[in-house]
Write a protein that binds this ligand. Structure first.
Ligand SMILES: [Zn+2]
Length: 331
């Protein structure tokens, strides 16, 4: 993903002060939203405790066995196989892949695969719950080993773990009102990645999916999308991301209000001060209200060989997973 540090010209300042007002609005739940999530923040029929952080941690560790999981590596295909087998274990039978070839600037061709798992596929109302599964090509930010393999426990295995554990728990619960499309995007980091020296970096899987939206949504676009990236940090602090607020303010409010009842210390309504490009970006541009759930403050481990499972915590995974589960059952 890419963070854009805002330049303080007049336009930006005006925009930022508008965003500051939004942060305030996020901090003040309305009476309606309090009723929505209930006194204890729980819709009574949803047993969010079923969402198991230890299982999610195991899913992270299992992905790390395939490192590196970047494009054009054996671990990339092993990760695809692993995701499919976990979806099958969760009893999800409507799983398809979207495949294409991406040709990079240097003429090299990469086999790309998005994985789409549809729950309650006949439901005409749809929500996308997404993440990327490819890891970054090398641990470029590692001062002592910048060519080393990138374990990517947080970036990217944590998002995959959150989706897979959510799929397992959903298979045990009554159907939510909205049908869920879990999408595991390929190539968010790309063949080289921004940090490892590709100034033309862009996410690959989500724009491709957005450009072929009609293949999956012939009649109506999905109602909304939530994207996860870097969500297992021990010291988890999730804050709304500005481009997400611009695209899907009511959903951001709903998600953060839910988070504040499920795991208050992990959810901070003060907005991140710069926009971040990630897989929600292409979905938002395609007209789907979309938001990103990310803890971008992950120093000194960010994109180093130290992005390992011990930097994650079961509690952080449960904060995100249980909030997401609750959110999916909200009206
Ligand atoms: Zn990522």
């Amino acid at each position: 993903m890419k963070a854009t540090i805002p330049r303080m010209d007049t336009f930006r300042r005006a925009k930022l002060s508008a965003l500051a007002a939004t942060a305030l609005a996020l901090a003040l739940p309305s009476a309606a939203s309090r009723a929505e999530v209930g006194e204890q923040g729980k819709a009574d029929h949803v047993k969010i405790e079923l969402w198991d952080g230890n299982r999610a941690m195991t899913l992270i560790n299992e992905q790390l066995r395939f490192t590196p999981r970047s494009l054009d590596t054996p671990g990339h295909q092993q990760t695809i196989d692993f995701i499919k087998s976990e979806l099958a274990k969760a009893g999800i039978d409507d799983v398809s892949t979207q495949r294409w070839a991406y040709r990079s600037d240097d003429g090299k061709s990469y086999a790309m695969t998005n994985i789409i798992a549809r729950l309650d596929p006949s439901n005409p109302r749809r929500i996308i719950v997404a993440t990327h599964y490819d890891s970054i090509v090398r641990a470029y930010a590692d001062k002592s080993n910048p060519q080393g393999p990138m374990p990517g426990a947080n970036n990217s295995a944590s998002g995959v773990a959150v989706l897979l554990e959510t799929a397992r728990v959903l298979s045990l619960l009554p159907k939510p009102a909205v049908g869920i499309d879990m999408i595991f995007f390929d190539g968010e980091e790309g063949p080289r990645s921004l940090g490892a020296g590709d100034p033309n970096w862009k996410a690959l899987g989500s724009p491709y999916f957005a450009a072929h939206l009609r293949d999956f949504y012939p009649n109506a676009k999905p109602e909304k999308a939530v994207v996860f990236d870097m969500v297992c940090d021990r010291d988890l602090k999730l804050r709304p991301e500005p481009s997400s607020v611009a695209s899907a303010l009511p959903e951001v409010q709903k998600y953060w209000r839910t988070g504040q009842t499920v795991a208050p210390s992990a959810f901070d309504t003060h907005m991140i001060s710069y926009p971040i490009s990630d897989d929600h970006t292409a979905l938002a541009a395609a007209g789907i209200p979309s938001f990103l759930v990310i803890d971008f403050e992950y120093e000194p481990f960010f994109n180093t060989t130290q992005d390992t499972a011990d930097k994650c915590s079961v509690g952080s995974l449960e904060a995100v997973g249980r909030t997401t589960l609750q959110y999916l059952y909200l009206p």
